[in-house]
Unconditional design. Structure first.
Length: 190
């Protein structure tokens, strides 16, 4: 299959997928044809690795922008750079395992929405046992939350799944925190 045929096939089946063409052909006609067929960028050999990586980051930023997503998600001291795969809490980089990052990425893409156990596990392709998901969420909370026992960012929706607090959501208190916040009952009974 020729490169342009492959490009047509990929673009038809995955319209939003960023496509970067790497080629030894440097004729203008070939570049124009590839770009007109749906390539997002065209790089001719030889090229430097730094340039290639910068072009990939740009393509990913454009894809996120086209989907209405921000390349850097921020909420309550947490920032997730979806293009560079960098996670920070209060400007300190946090190292996540590839699987932890995959779960967080899916939650960032659907921030503010409740994701069921099944949706999360299918999106990351892990065992269908909910216990695995609980372990990953606990690990993420240990790394991302100021108080993992009282999460403010990675929220549990009991009996359903999990929700990542969206930047425009007001922080919520869990029941224990709400009970702790209630003033003590004083006075006399009738």
């Amino acid at each position: 299959m020729r490169g342009h045929d492959l490009l047509r096939t990929i673009r038809a089946s995955h319209p939003g997928l960023p496509i970067l063409v790497l080629s030894s052909r440097d004729d203008e006609g070939g570049k124009v044809e590839a770009l007109d067929l749906g390539a997002d960028d065209y790089v001719t050999k030889p090229f430097g690795m730094a340039e290639l990586l910068a072009r990939l980051r740009a393509a990913l930023r454009h894809q996120l922008a086209a989907q209405g997503e921000r390349p850097v998600f921020r909420v309550d001291g947490l920032s997730v750079d979806l293009v560079r795969r960098i996670v920070k809490v209060d400007d300190v980089e946090v190292k996540l395992t590839p699987r932890e990052y995959d779960f967080l990425r899916v939650m960032v893409l659907y921030a503010g929405k409740v994701l069921t156990h099944a949706q999360l596990m299918n999106a990351v392709s892990v065992s269908s046992e909910p216990q695995y998901l609980r372990v990953y969420m606990r690990q993420l909370r240990q790394k991302l939350e100021a108080d993992p026992e009282r999460p403010r960012i990675l929220l549990t929706e009991t009996g359903v799944g999990y929700r990542l607090r969206a930047p425009d959501d007001e922080p919520t208190l869990d029941r224990r925190a709400a009970n702790d916040a209630k003033p003590p009952v004083t006075g006399t009974s009738r």
